[in-house]
Design a protein around this ligand. Sequence first.
Ligand code: ADP
Ligand code: MG
Length: 610
Amino acid sequence: MADIIQLLPDHVANQIAAGEVVQRPASVVKELLENAIDAGATTIKLLVKNAGKVLIQVIDDGKGMSVTDARLSFERHATSKIKVADDLFNLNTKGFRGEALASIAAIAHVEMKTKQVSDELGTLLSVEGSIFTSQDVIATPNGTSIAVKNLFFNIPARRNFLKSDTVEFRHIIDEFQRVVLAHPSINFSMYHNGSNLFNLLKGNFRQRVVNTFGGKTNEKLVPVEETTEVLAISGFVGKPEYSKKSRGEQFFFVNNRFIKSPYLNHAISSAFDGLLQSRRHPSYFLNLQVDPRSIDINIHPTKTEIKFDDEQTMYAILRAAVKHSLGQFSITPVLDFERDKNLDTPYQFNGAQASIPKVEVDRAFNPFSKANSETSSYTKPTSESWEGLYVGLESKSNTDNFSQVSYESDEMTSSIFDESTERKVHKTFQLHNKYIINTIKSGMVVIDQNRAHERILYEDYLRKTTVNEAVSQQLLFPLQLSLSTSGISMLKELHEALETTGFVFSTFTDESIELTGLPVGVKESDVSNVFDQLIHDIENEVPDVNFSISDLLSKSLAKSLAIKNGKKLERQEQEYIVNTLFSCKEPTVSPSNKTIFTTIKVDELDKKFN
Ligand code: ADP
Ligand code: MG
């Protein structure tokens, strides 16, 4: 039988390798920036068009390449960074596999301009799908400029798999931030579709963090410094009150390399124990210096994971250092976060004067004496003080001291405790500030108020964004919000969609936005929460072919604006929810697919009374 094994042609091998190195535009950004740093650049500029789908260009003032090196740089396993296997253990550079440029050139149109200081003229090279299409001598500044256009032009499946510009751009910003934070002594700038998003001058780490995240970041930082034999830590954690709903601002750099470590992340979270509301994440920007021989950086090209020889010690030191810093800056736990709503003062007792329960002791009481049979107990608390705790089970006569109290469920009171009161059918009442209960023919329906409202708002926003009929309320004074630079650029991308819901933006700067109108029903105090949630939702968007920005937007707005469980609702509000819910297209499940209501039939109840 004939031999059947063949060597793959280079361009095919490169395309396959590219699949590993280049997952999305952000991967290209990372590789190009790292090459520029390895080339000793002091100023690096990143230009991006359409979230990198059209163009990614990195211009550096590094050492440049000779003509031969420029050509070689596109060959697979061509690297100037290691010569023998031993070099692997003394790496000071970012890249070393010599795969990035070859991979990128296999799946895009690449144009390189490069010149070394010692040379009079530089080189221009064009490569399309691994094939050199031109080579020229040109006049160009010292350093290298690499432009990557039409990523995945020859792999349509990959190109189609890319997510929306907003999401891809978010990934680019993530990579950019990781790189710039690891290298505060290099000047960086970044432009997206011609507008300048970052202009970061070299400085110390604190300045870099502040310039990267903008605005008020400086006030939020608590320094962390610790030097031990195995580990030196320096950097900052964010004050607890600035914790985020999203995991956005969490950065570990080990020996100047961004890494992800769920284990060390846990060390930080646990140092914040008791300081954060649930589902909030602390921000941190921490540099860890360790002996390079004590770590194993996974050499998979895109992984950012790392193994430490002694993880547990690292964990303990890190946790202690962060705790110590939080303590030093007298950030002490606030105990009433996330309190159990059931322990709150019930209903409208808030603000009411509390009176000390009076205890009358009937000293003559003898439990065995018949004469005392009316007094069922020898201590008799007076009703005023704590009967209120049993609101709903108590008759009204005892509540004179609390005439301002409105009962949570006086219907239940009347129907159960007062047979004479006419039973009002179809009236709603609220249970535990969480469920709305309504009688139906077969029995009753129990509705989760939060989920019901989320469904109502979702359908409402979805309709408004599609037919463009939202109404805004004009603000008396424009509302200024400062957000992270990346948050702002995401909102900027989305602003047209947001305007269809009723937001009116007047200005966008790199650090703040100004609004002059809000959707009807949205309060000024809601806005920052709404945007936080939205940014969080975009960041965590799950890949989905049916991705639609108005859907995401409507879901996100509904989630942040829906009335929460724990809120007491007036009768009209309860009725509104019930009526509107059942006129929704999909009243059974919330936008996130959770059950909205359940019914309890009379015959089910009957069975319980058998
Ligand atoms: P690696 O970075 O792993 O060596 P790359 O494919 O990223 O592999 O780059 C190949 C080689 O091209 C590098 O080793 C370096 O010599 C050269 N090179 C790439 N980018 C630049 C740049 N911006 N300036 C100077 N040399 C560069
Ligand atoms: Mg490289």
